[in-house]
Each structure stands twice: as C-alpha cells, then as structure tokens.
Ligand binder design. Structure first.
Ligand code: ATP
Ligand code: MG
Length: 792
C-alpha cells in the first residue's frame, strides 16, 4: 500500500509537517504535552518508508513501553501496509536484546543467554554476599544492586567502579559487582542494565560491529527523549553522532559509515524518571551534543481544553530554570475542573465511583473513558475495594494487584503461619524471610526429620534440637524463629487486635526494618504497601462491617465474639478472589472498564476524563520530596504529566484523613492545588464543609446511619477524633487532668510493665487509649486515664 502525500501529511499543522518531512541533520522536536510529538514520530516513519524510499528494516524507533511500541507499529502499518512489519519499533531494552543475540560471540557469551529480572538479580547478589561473607546488616544485596545498577547506567564496569570508589564501603560494593558479573557470566545471563551497557561496550570495543549496525539503521527515532539515561544516550550517540573525525574507525580500517538520521521528541517538563537514572540534561543539551542539530517547536495542543491546559501551565510554571512554553488549544474552555475534599481516602474513592456513575448515567462518559491516577501503587487498594463493592468495573495498569504484591503476600503468610502453623506453604515462604540464616540445608534436615517422625514441618522446627545434621548457627536461628511465632501466637490468644498483631509481626520479624534500611526505591513502595495493609487490618478491627468486601447486607451480631485473625484472613482471601474481573472482549460502544494507574505509568497516554487523586502534601508531592528542591520539581513535573492526560474533564481530590500505618495522618492540601488558578476549580466539597460535618458527628455519636454516606461520615468522625488525639487537641484536652499526653514514639515507664514505647494513641482526653510496646512484656493497649504510666 502506498498512501498519497496528502494522506501522510493530513491532520498535521505546519511545524508538525516540517518535522515529518525533515531531511538530514539531527532533529529535536520539543513541545509540551499533547502537542502531537508521538503523532509526528509515527507519521515520520510512514513518510520515510513511503516517500523517501527508506527500507523498513533500516528504521529503529524507540518508545518508552512495549505497549506504546505496539501501538506505534500498528499505526504505521495502517498507513503503509504490512511491509512495515520488519522495522524495529521497541523499547531500548528490547532493541539491545536483539542486537546482543546477534553479537553475543564477540562478548563471549552464548546467544541463548538468559535475562535476569529484578528478583533473579537479587537472588544472585545474595549469593555473592554469601561468597564474600559480607555482614548482611551493613551490606544489603538490594543496596549493592542499586549501586551496581547506577554504575551500569553510567557505563562503568566493575574495574572503573572500583577506581571511582570513594570509601571502603564502595570498594566492597565494587568487589561484589565483580563477582556478581562473574556469576552472571557463569550462568550465561545478563541483567537488565547489562543489556544497555553491553551494547554500548560492544559498539565501542568493535568499531566494525558498530559500523555494521550503523549501516543497517539509517533512521533512528526516539520518543520520550527526556527520560533517557546516560547509557541510552550513549547508544544513540554511537549510532547517530557524526564520528567522521573520530579515530577508532580509521584505525580499525573499517569503512566509515555516515551517521543515521536522528529525530528525538520530548518535553523536559515531563521528565519523571530521574530516580531510575534518567538525565534531563540529555534533552536540554541536545543541541550541544549534536552540533548541527535543528529544533522544531510545537505549540498547539490538540488534546485538552484550554481550562486543563491553563491549569497545567500554571502548575509547571512554578519550576525554575525551565524554558517557558506557549502551549494553547483551540478546543474551547470546556468544563471547569471539579475539586473534592473527602473525609478520608474511602470517601474520596466513593466520590470518584459515584461521579463516574453519574457521568455514565447522563451519557457523558463510559467507564473506559475514565482514568484514575494516584502517586503510589499502594493507593490503588482503597479504589479497588470501593469499586468492587459498588460493582464498578476497573483494571489496574502496571504494578501487581495489591494482594498479589510480594510484601503483602509475605505479611499475610506470616499471619497465616501464626493462625495455622501447619500451613506449610506459608511457613516455608517466610521461614527465611527476611534472611535469618536458616538455609536450604537446615530446611532439608527439618523436612527429613519431620517426615521420619510423622510430624508437621512446624513441629519439626519446634524439635529442631533433635533433628540430626543441623549446624549450631542454624539451630539458634530456628529457635528464635519458633519463639517469634509462638510469641505472636500468644498475642492472638490474648485477644489482641489484628492490626497490632500485624504491626508486631512486621517489626519483630525484622521484615520492616530490612525494607526501611534499604536504599532501593522499590522498597520504599513496599513499606508503603505494608502501611496500607496495616490500615486494612485496623479498619477491620474497628469495624468489621467496613473492611474489604464486607457484605453491606451483613447485620452486626452483638453476641458474636470480636473478629479475630482467622476472620481477617478469610476476609482478605475473599477480596483477592472477587478481585478477578474477567477481561471481556469489547466492541466499539461497550462501556469498558475504568483504568487505574500511577502517575508514572500514565506518561504518553490520554483519557477524556481524568481523576487526579490524593493531592496532599506528603502523598503528592511525595513525603520524600518535601525538603528537597530538585525532587519537588520532579514531583511537579509528575503533576504536569497527570493534569495533561485529560482531554475533556479533570477532577482533583484529596482526603482530610488518610490511614498510614493504622495511625490516621492528617495531610495538608497539596501545594500543587494552590498552584492552580482559583477560578478554574469548582469545589464540590471543601475542607470547611468537611470539618463542620465532623464537628456535628463528633457531638452526637449516633450509630444508626445505614447508608454508605452515613457510614462514611460516622467512620470519618471516629477517625477524625483519633487523628486529633495525636495532635494538639488531645494535649489541650488532657491538660489539667492526670492523663499523660502521649505521642507515638514517646518513651514511658509503667509501674508493672517497665519501660515502653508508644506505638499509637487513639481517642481524646479521658477516652485516650495508647498502644505501648513493653518489649518482652508485649504490646499493651492502655486506657491512659487509669494506667500507671509516666512519660519520660
Ligand atoms: P505527550 O507529551 O503527552 O506524549 P504528545 O505530544 O506525544 O503528548 P500526541 O499524543 O502525539 O501528543 O497527540 C495528542 C493528541 O492530539 C492525540 O490525540 C493526537 O491524535 C492529537 N493530535 C496531534 N496532532 C494533531 C493535529 N495536528 N490535528 C489534530 N489532532 C492532533
Ligand atoms: Mg507522546
């Protein structure tokens, strides 16, 4: 199929056309969100093939995700037909894999090499740490891997990394790097970062190989250029920079190949992957890096209404050191932005669900037109629960579903073991998680002993002293593990609340500590997910009718015993099951499902209707960024990405109280809300309205309300009161009484339990109850009015 020129250039404005038909010098297309960068890139590929006679095999187009690659390929094939099939449209990683499979011999490994994912890499690094006999407290595999990954992104092999090591710790990291690479090689495996680094090293070490690939790829096109890291930049440079003056090729005698034609498109304001090594300078310095480069600016936005654009421009305008852009739209002002302040995160989610319902009832949108964005994966949990309850079909894009996440599964495996130590799968899952030196050998000895004695594996552990063949060190570790589980079991027997048991499990097992001390950003997410799980447990303990997937028809039975661990586990298991919403193949006008994802995942996408949720300082912008200007600016770029995904309608929302670690947090409104022009937002419900509700409900705590709204408010009221308890209100209320004013983290002395640390405080004044960890005495919940505790 050969489309006409008009067809290829249809629906493009003048600068877009220029970029599509451009020939020769490296071309940079910089433009704000929704200005058609991706469209230009796609069209240019079709143009190259159709009008300039480029062989499809000579085209290398790079996208940020595999999904984006598939879409781009499809668009091009629609335009120029099946012959486009052999062009390379892929992510950097996939392109490198393909190159390395062909060139592996040069690098000394077999072409059937395995690619290690993050989990495999970690397992391997753990082995390395064992080889090196490293103190796992000081040298965590994850931290080392992170360091190694950074080195690889900077194209440093272990020798260079060792040279650059600034202290003994980094020297050890470099040594671990060396052995890690050795083991990868033995396994004929490459990790993710290797794919890029090895390809660049290959091109640099073998000029003739590089020339071959240059000869092949005559056109290189890169989308989302603002998020490339150094290795990716170097790769492009190898293929596209004018290296005629460089000596390497001349010395090797290889024939010089002129550089490929390069086009990169991007938007510095959308650079959001610095934490993974992306370097915003790559796009900012493009004109220096490629001296004869030309630049095309696109200024018309075709995605959003003017209201949405003005809002986004206003927010991003608060970043310093950026080139101001004049992004405009002729789509008209459109609807105002709708704002909502929820009582808590559940109320916020309920608002979103109701609003989507309303829009579809009024024929303004179908579920598939709607996207819900949040800052961290953990926030999906409440949306999932509320959406399941109200029957709103949804899918979570990217990221594993909450209850399938590793850390959540681990935590639940602990609880299952505590509830039922015969549950072999759960027990074995956590036996050595976090690493406590109970190795495979010891495990095998216990297994053999238990089989012989016809007892459970757990009983085998309890009698480990009698099992032959276990090293003393392992034996000590097994004993303390058994003790840990037994202690936690005694909390269950004592009728302790599920959330307290869970918190204790995570702290005493060392699980939480390991994550907190790690510098892998993923582990930060894991900690957040665990905080979410504790919040679920707390909610369940307080009001089992509200927790995950509680059937609203269930009447509370006043005579029933308080819900325990087993009830909780059952409840959670049911959520995980009802979670599975089948992917029904849909026609054009099927309503489809609501899409949920983190802001990072939303890059490059667009939806008619967007809900930007959790706009609270400490959530978004993320806590970590609050005191750090570069990080805060990156958060602001993320906000810009989020806002500019919307085509027609934009919603912004936040919650007054949000659970984290079971202790409700009272987050102030996100500063990004203040950066929006006031007159563009129509607040459905403000903080002021919210607070008056709260006061009313706090006064007369009637428990009659049956509707969701009634319950939401009532629940909010109880949460609000606990939130204020840990703030000044409780201190004031308690002043003058003999009730000590306590905050989480305070140290106290109790007449009979001794020294303790306050975990949380709920309720105010004479109703204040504190959970206090008294170490070996366990965690006690004490009514402070009567408890003989003294603040230290
Ligand atoms: P982002 O920065 O978010 O990646 P982008 O610059 O890549 O955005 P595109 O996704 O290519 O923008 O385009 C945004 C929307 O505008 C798409 O729906 C696209 O089809 C449409 N569009 C782009 N250019 C035009 C045009 N000249 N006329 C009409 N619609 C256009
Ligand atoms: Mg794009």
């Amino acid at each position: 199929r050969r489309p006409s020129r008009d067809e290829l250039l249809a629906g493009l404005n003048e600068p877009q056309r220029q970029a599509v038909v451009h020939e020769g010098a490296p071309l940079l297309v910089v433009a704000g969100a929704g200005s058609g960068k991706t469209r230009v890139l796609t069209r240019r590929i079709a143009w190259l093939i159709s009008e300039r006679g480029a062989h499809p095999g000579s085209i290398l187009a790079i996208t940020f995700t595999n999904k984006a690659a598939a879409e781009m390929r499809e668009r091009v094939e629609e335009l120029v037909g099946g012959r486009a099939r052999i062009m390379w449209v892929s992510t950097f990683h996939s392109a490198c894999v393909r190159i390395l499979r062909k060139e592996s011999a040069n690098l000394g490994f077999k072409s059937n090499f395995t690619i290690y994912d993050a989990a495999d890499s970690k397992r391997l690094m753990t082995l390395v740490c064992r080889d090196l006999d490293l103190d796992v407290k000081r040298f965590q595999p994850r931290a080392i891997l992170n360091w190694v990954s950074n080195a690889k992104n900077e194209l440093q092999d272990h020798e260079e990394a060792a040279k650059d090591a600034r202290n003994t710790q980094e020297e050890t990291y470099a040594e671990a790097y060396r052995i890690y690479q050795e083991r990868l090689r033995q396994a004929n495996a490459l990790d993710f970062d290797d794919l890029l680094m090895m390809t660049v090293h290959l091109f640099r070490a073998f000029p003739e190989v590089r020339e071959n690939w240059r000869r092949r790829f005559r056109h290189v096109l890169v989308d989302e250029y603002q998020d490339t890291n150094h290795a990716q930049y170097a790769l492009i440079h190898e293929l596209c920079a004018d290296s005629m003056e460089e000596l390497t090729t001349a010395e090797s005698g290889a024939e010089r190949v002129p550089p490929a034609e390069l086009m990169v498109v991007g938007d510095a304001d959308q650079s959001i992957y610095a934490f993974r090594g992306a370097n915003i300078r790559n796009i900012m310095d493009f004109e220096q890096d490629f001296p004869n480069a030309e630049t095309v600016l696109l200024e018309q936005n075709y995605r959003s209404t003017q209201t949405i654009l003005t809002a986004a421009n206003s927010v991003i305008g608060h970043n310093e050191g950026r080139k101001p852009k004049k992004l405009w739209s002729d789509a008209g002002d459109g609807a105002k932005i709708t704002g909502y302040v929820g009582d808590d995160e559940r109320d916020e989610a309920r608002f979103v669900a109701e609003e989507i319902d309303r829009l579809s009832d009024e024929g303004k949108a179908r579920a598939k037109d709607v996207a819900v964005f949040y800052r961290t994966n953990a926030q999906s949990r409440v949306f999932e629960e509320v959406f399941i309850r109200v029957g709103m079909p949804y899918k979570v894009v990217g990221g594993v579903r909450f209850y399938e996440r590793r850390e959540v599964k681990d935590a639940l495996a602990y609880l299952r073991t505590i509830a039922n130590p015969a549950d072999l799968v759960s027990l074995r899952r956590i036996l050595n998680v976090p690493k406590r030196g109970i190795g495979e050998r010891a495990e095998a000895c216990i297994d053999a002993y238990a089989t012989r004695e016809r007892i459970t594996f757990w009983e085998g552990l309890q009698q480990a002293d009698q099992a032959p063949g276990i090293a003393t060190r392992s034996l000590t570790m097994i004993r303390s593990f058994v003790e840990l589980i037994e202690q936690l079991q005694s909390m269950v027997v004592a009728g302790e609340r599920v959330d307290v048991i869970l918190e204790q499990t995570l702290t005493r097992s060392g699980y939480l500590k390991e994550l907190e001390e790690s510098d892998d950003p993923q582990d930060e997410t894991r900690v957040e997910n665990l905080a979410e799980l504790v919040a679920v447990a707390r909610e369940f303990a307080e009001d089992p009718q509200v927790g995950p997937s509680a059937d609203p028809a269930d009447e509370p039975d006043p005579d029933a015993p308080p819900p325990g661990l087993t009830d909780f586990l059952e409840r959670v298991a049911l959520v995980a099951d009802s979670d599975q919403i089948p992917d029904v193949p849909e026609g054009e006008d099927a309503p489809g499902v609501v899409t949920m994802m983190t802001l990072h995942t939303a890059k490059g996408l667009e939806f008619p209707i967007v809900f930007l949720t959790g706009l609270e300082d400490g959530v978004f912008p993320h806590m970590r960024s609050l005191g750090d200007k570069p990080e805060l600016e990156e958060e602001r770029r993320l906000a810009y990405v989020g806002l500019t995904r919307a085509r027609e309608r934009l919603y912004i929302s936040r919650a007054i109280v949000r659970s984290a670690w079971g202790a409700p947090a009272h987050n102030p409104a996100s500063r990004f809300i203040d950066e929006l022009p006031v007159d563009l937002v129509d607040w459905k419900r403000t903080a002021a309205e919210q607070t008056s509700w709260t006061r009313q409900d706090l006064g007369g705590s009637s428990y009659g309300g049956g509707s969701l709204t009634g319950r939401g408010r009532q629940q909010m009221a109880s949460r609000f009161s606990s939130a204020s308890a840990s703030a000044d209100a409780s201190k004031k209320a308690m002043a003058g009484r003999d009730v000590p004013s306590l905050d989480p983290g305070d140290r106290v002395q109790h007449d009979s339990f001794g020294l303790g640390t306050v975990i949380s405080v709920e309720g105010a004044a004479e109703k204040a109850v504190a959970s206090i960890d008294f170490g070996s005495e366990g965690v006690k919940r004490l009514l402070l009015r009567y408890a003989p505790v003294e603040k230290l």
